[in-house]
Design a protein around this ligand. Structure first.
Ligand code: RB5
Length: 145
C-alpha cells in the first residue's frame, strides 16, 4: 500500500498522483487534506507513521514546494524522505538512499514531470552494498539520539 498526503498547496497534484497510482494497480491510502487550509506537519507525520509502522510500504507527500513535508517526515524514526523535482534524482534516491517517502512540490513542477519523477522512484531498486552501510549509520544515529 502507498500512503499519500498533501496540504492545501498540493491537493491538485495529489489527485493526479492518486489516479496514476490506482491506474497502475497500486492500493492507495489518502491521509488528506481535501483542499482546506491545513498544516503540512500534521499530514506528514500521519503518512510517515503509516510507513514507519509497516502499515504502508512507502509514501508520497505533496505540498507547495515539497520541502516542509520532507523536513517533517524525516523527524519520524525510520523515515528517509527526499524532495525531488526530476526523474534522475528520484531514481537515485531510491537506488542509493532507499527513500521510503517521496516529496514533491505542486508549485514547483508540472503534472507530467511529477508523474515521470514518481515513476522513476517507484520502479527503481535500492542497490544495497556500500549504500546499505551508509543507511545503517543513519539508523544507528537515530537509535542513539
Ligand atoms: C503552504 O502555503 C506552503 O508553505 C506549503 O505548502 C509548503 O510549500 C511548505 O513547505
Amino acid at each position: 500500500m502507498i500512503a499519500i498526503g498533501c496540504d492545501h498547496g498540493g491537493v491538485n497534484l495529489k489527485k493526479e498522483v492518486i489516479n496514476h497510482l490506482q491506474e497502475r494497480g497500486f492500493e492507495v491510502k489518502d491521509f488528506g487534506c481535501n483542499g482546506e487550509k491545513c498544516d503540512y506537519p500534521d499530514i506528514a507525520f500521519a503518512v510517515a507513521e503509516s510507513v514507519a509502522s509497516g502499515e504502508s510500504d512507502k509514501g508520497v507527500l505533496i505540498c507547495g514546494t515539497g520541502i516542509g513535508m520532507s523536513i517533517a517526515a524525516n523527524k519520524v524514526r525510520g523515515i528517509r524522505a527526499a524532495v525531488v523535482t526530476e526523474p534522475t534524482s528520484a531514481g537515485l534516491t531510491k537506488e542509493h538512499n532507499n527513500t521510503n517517502i517521496l516529496c514533491m512540490g505542486e508549485r514547483i513542477i508540472g503534472t507530467v514531470l511529477a508523474i515521470e519523477t514518481l515513476d522513476s522512484w517507484l520502479y527503481s531498486e535500492f542497490m544495497g552494498g556500500r549504500h546499505q552501510q551508509r543507511i545503517d549509520k543513519i539508523a544507528e544515529y537515530e537509535e542513539k539520539h
